[in-house]
Write a protein that binds this ligand. Structure first.
Ligand code: PEP
Ligand code: MG
Length: 568
């Protein structure tokens, strides 16, 4: 029995799929003349296998993939099938006496370098295609095992050292029962997505990728933070019973989905959802969500080859507005950078990506991307209750600048007689200590505040939210963060404006009464956590929660604070 940090509740039983990222090691040593034929055969073997795999992937997903994706597969097959490409590789093997893998590496890299010199957006897309083809082809030539997250055939529990948000976004989720991850942090974006998918997940599991083998039978019990590898039948049966109990309790909670979130003494609270994807709204009714408190739009930009254009973004936002009618929809301007990489943007490698070119910092330098997104948001705002949130602000200058750009775009749209909500509300994420410290001035510039406790904790404690080595120092529910939240709520309410929390702290049941008592107006979280938080709020009085907050705010250590809150 093994444990880690349980981050998404549930119980899964099934076979393990070990997702190991393989490093491709190219054979750069010269071959002998008599080995030429063998290397040519290696190339043909790898190429044919790659084409076969791509055709199979296309076939399996015939009804699931859209035209764009199908065209990408077709173009990959065409490149591989190209006679000139084949001739170049074979000539290189023969002339330079090198291995098939090395020849492929040289030829495709040469093509990439040529394209890089041409200033043409369409051709730039081809670089990603070529890199994809190269990786798959090399793996097949070297006879490495390829795990296609996109095309998992049987139900599995994914076991991985690490999983990036863009990898997780590729996975065929119909077949995934849960995740066990060796690294990661409680608020890493991979964890956040796993939570939103309602898949049981345990992270920070020491050395797990060396303990579990492919096809091992696994029990992943993230309610009790336990992982069993090939357990006996008695354990399997008892966990199956527990799973049934858990599902029944969850069902019971659904009965409160249509109740308003009001305390026993009449304070109304808004409970909203964090989403990464338009289809996340499909479960709103089931859990009684009142709208979107945070739409992490950067996920719209991942796992593709080019930026989504204005029309594509507009359609995606409009789809949500139409579905949610007048419910609030807080669209956050893209927060790319940190642990969220978008490959085709070719962001330079940074020493400390969380302290680097992230969110609005990148957008202020890449204005076209900013304008396109703001235009799309404004145009869709005509149809419902859309608000804009700017992430990662640290100063008044940044806010003034962003407002200036927003107003310019509004002026252009007005001249062009486009319809949009001229009075769209603007909020900022308070997720850096710098912005929390100047909240008194920030709040005069905007309409509402959304506290990003995930980053606020990371930057206040100087702890990378994804780093396992220092994860014990990362605590959103701590005297330090509470002092900042108190200050933020105080100055925001003084201006008669409202405060939401959209970091993971909003779904922490230990913190609910405390945050309620501190005066928080809105909680935004993964949709499936809403019933748990609602259940606490509707069973308590605001006046009691205020008393709890008063005592909790006096606690000096995390331990004292948690011990006190757990008793409430
Ligand atoms: C946060 O930082 O708390 C937040 C909600 O934003 P993200 O997790 O996307 O960084
Ligand atoms: Mg953040």
């Amino acid at each position: 029995m093994i444990s880690g940090i349980s981050v998404s509740k549930g119980i899964a039983l099934g076979k393990a799929l070990l997702f190991k990222k393989q490093k491709i090691k190219i054979n750069q040593i010269n071959i002998f003349k008599h080995e030429i034929n063998k290397e040519i055969q290696n190339f043909y073997f790898g190429r044919n296998k790659t084409i076969e795999q791509l055709k199979q992937i296309k076939q399996i997903n015939k009804n699931k993939i859209d035209k764009d994706k199908e065209n990408i597969f077709n173009s990959h097959i065409m490149i591989l099938d190209d006679y000139e490409f084949e001739k170049e590789i074979i000539n290189l093997i023969k002339k330079q006496l090198i291995s098939a893998d090395y020849a492929v590496e040289i030829i495709i890299n040469k093509q990439i370098e040529t394209i890089k010199k041409i200033k043409n957006d369409y051709l730039k897309e081809r670089i990603n295609d070529l890199n994809d083809i190269k990786n798959r082809l090399l793996k097949n030539i070297l006879k490495l095992n390829i795990i296609d997250l996109n095309f998992i055939k049987n139900e599995v529990i994914i076991v991985s050292k690490d999983l990036t948000p863009s990898e997780i976004a590729q996975i065929n989720l119909n077949k995934v029962l849960g995740f066990i991850i060796e690294l990661g942090g409680v608020t890493s974006h991979t964890t956040i997505i796993a939570k939103s998918l309602e898949l049981p997940t345990i992270i920070n599991v020491y050395n797990i990728t060396n303990k579990i083998k492919n096809n091992d039978y696994i029990i992943l019990d993230s309610i009790n933070n336990k992982i069993y590898i090939n357990p006996n039948i008695n354990i399997i049966n008892s966990i199956k019973k527990e799973k049934k109990k858990y599902i029944n309790e969850k069902k019971k909670l659904q009965k409160i989905k249509n109740l308003k979130t009001i305390t026993l003494d009449g304070r109304k609270i808004s409970l909203l959802s964090n989403i990464c994807n338009p289809k996340d709204i499909n479960i709103f009714k089931q859990y009684g969500s009142e709208g979107i408190g945070l739409y992490r739009t950067e996920f719209l930009f991942m796992n593709r080859n080019v930026l989504p254009n204005e029309n594509e973004q507009y359609k995606s936002y409009k789809y949500i507005v139409k579905k949610l009618k007048n419910k609030p929809i807080n669209i956050r301007i893209i927060d790319i950078g940190g642990d969220k990489n978008v490959s085709y943007l070719n962001i330079p490698k940074e020493e400390n990506p969380f302290l680097g070119w992230r969110a609005i910092r990148m957008l202020i330098d890449c204005k076209k991307i900013l304008y396109t997104q703001i235009r799309a948001i404004l145009l869709s705002s005509y149809y419902g209750n859309i608000k804009i949130i700017f992430p990662m602000v640290t100063s008044i200058e940044e806010i003034k600048y962003l407002k200036y750009e927003l107003n310019n775009i509004k002026k252009i749209l007005t001249i062009d007689k486009k319809k949009f909500n001229k009075k769209i509300l603007i909020g900022v994420m308070i997720e850096t200590p710098a912005s929390a410290l100047i909240i008194k001035d920030i709040i005069k510039e905007i309409d509402f505040i959304s506290i990003g406790t995930n980053d606020l904790t990371q930057y206040t404690f100087a702890v990378d939210r994804n780093n396992k080595l220092v994860s014990h120092l990362y605590n959103s529910l701590s005297p330090q963060i509470l002092k900042l939240i108190k200050k933020i709520i105080y100055y925001t309410h003084k201006q008669n404006k409202y405060v939401s929390i959209c970091g993971e702290l909003a779904s922490d049941e230990n913190a609910t009464l405390l945050l309620l008592g501190m005066g928080l107006d809105e909680f935004s979280m993964n949709t499936n956590y809403i019933p748990y938080i609602k259940n606490i709020i509707i069973k308590n009085k605001f006046s009691d929660a205020k008393k709890i907050a008063e005592i909790a705010l006096k606690k000096q250590t995390i331990k004292e604070l948690i011990n006190y809150l757990k008793k409430k």
